[in-house]
Ligand binder design. Structure first.
Ligand code: UDP
Ligand code: MG
Length: 337
């Protein structure tokens, strides 16, 4: 005979333990740019949703931005949206480029935190959970830093050199070896939306914003399928946008070059004059004057170009109209932002 006390199936209401306070669950958005990824996007989505299953206490929203794909990507994305209510798709009228696709995704995302990542499985979905954990520990911007990467030797070498040159020529503390894979707190995402410049280098803008930033290191995988959507031409454009929007070093270099040329031309002028007075026997008449004019004008032209360039650079950065400062919080008053 079973002597264990009988436990009633239904606990009377007044004995039931008080339930947890109904807290608002955090919503984490993913911004996912897609350009001709028909071969890999399904695998990406499967792997991402599997990873999301490991954080049942959070709500998720997946914003896919179709950047004018010419293949079957859009149909696949529509299918995903139909079968998963967390998915939203922003469809561009044409290919506007990776950086603009990210921007559109950020405009649409509603989460308390927003994660930007590539959809070719080079940024492993599981790593995004580490970004979320860092955010829950108080970080407002979490960069995913590549500890290693599987791209071609050329891409690795140029990226490695570029990030170091960029960093040394700007005041902004742009983190080394990070792409656009990062998490932004809601507050940061809202502020980022105020930056409306056209040629944008999102990773640089984010780094320049301040706030509490941290890094999570990861090993970047190989592309799951298809080819890179960043041919040399687009890579060079992004590199130039990054340089010109965060540094006037190239302009200053023209000025410096002008000074060097001018100093050399003075030496040339002295030499030409000396030849005229001390060795008139081997000096063709008119040569001295010509040399003086050519060298002097060359030097001063270069110098003036640099000075003009410095002003153009200032006008340019004003025309970008970036906010002068960013307010984290407004305390007192009605608290409206
Ligand atoms: N991408 C985009 N528009 C473009 C080029 C790329 O939306 O014009 C997306 C692409 O689908 C991928 C991400 O941006 O999700 C990064 O591109 P890719 O993997 O080709 O760059 P790489 O990793 O080779 O630097
Ligand atoms: Mg890639």
């Amino acid at each position: 005979q079973d002597i264990r006390p009988r436990i009633p199936d239904v606990v009377p209401a007044r004995l039931a333990p008080p339930g947890p306070e109904p807290v608002r669950r955090s919503l984490v958005s993913y911004v996912l740019p897609v350009y001709n990824e028909e071969d890999g996007i399904t695998a990406f989505h499967t792997e991402l949703t599997a990873a999301l299953g490991e954080r049942p206490e959070l709500d998720f929203e997946l914003v896919y931005v179709n950047d004018g794909s010419g293949d079957g990507s859009l149909a696949i994305l529509k299918d995903l949206a139909e079968n998963d209510e967390r998915v939203r798709v922003v469809d561009f009228a044409r290919n506007f480029g990776h950086q603009i696709a990210i921007t559109a995704g950020l405009d649409v995302a509603r989460g308390d935190a927003v994660i930007v990542m590539d959809t070719d499985l080079q940024d492993p979905p599981r790593v995004s959970l580490e970004l979320v954990d860092a955010w829950r520990e108080g970080a407002e911007i979490v960069h995913a830093r590549r500890r290693s990467r599987q791209d071609t030797a050329f891409k690795r070498a140029t990226a490695h050199a570029y990030y170091r040159v960029l960093r040394s020529s700007t005041d902004v503390d742009i983190p080394l070896d990070t792409g656009d894979f990062r998490l932004l707190d809601r507050r940061v995402a809202d502020e980022l939306r105020k930056y409306r410049e056209r040629s944008r280098f999102v990773r640089g803008i984010v780094a320049s914003m301040g706030y509490r930033q941290t890094e999570v290191a990861f090993d970047r995988d190989e592309r799951f399928a298809g080819e890179t959507k960043y041919p040399l031409r687009k890579m060079a454009r992004l590199a130039i946008d990054g340089m010109t929007s965060f540094s006037t070093a190239p302009l200053k270099m023209i000025t410096r070059l002008g000074f060097v040329v001018l100093a050399l031309s003075l030496l040339g002028i002295l030499y030409a004059l000396a030849m005229k007075f001390f060795r008139p026997d081997i000096t063709v008449s008119g040569w001295t004057m010509m040399m003086c004019v050519v060298l002097f004008l060359g030097g001063t032209q270069m110098l003036s170009l640099g000075v003009i360039g410095a002003y153009v650079g200032r006008i340019y950065s004003e025309a970008q109209g970036r906010p002068l400062y960013l307010v984290r919080d407004v305390i007192g008053g009605d608290g409206e932002r």
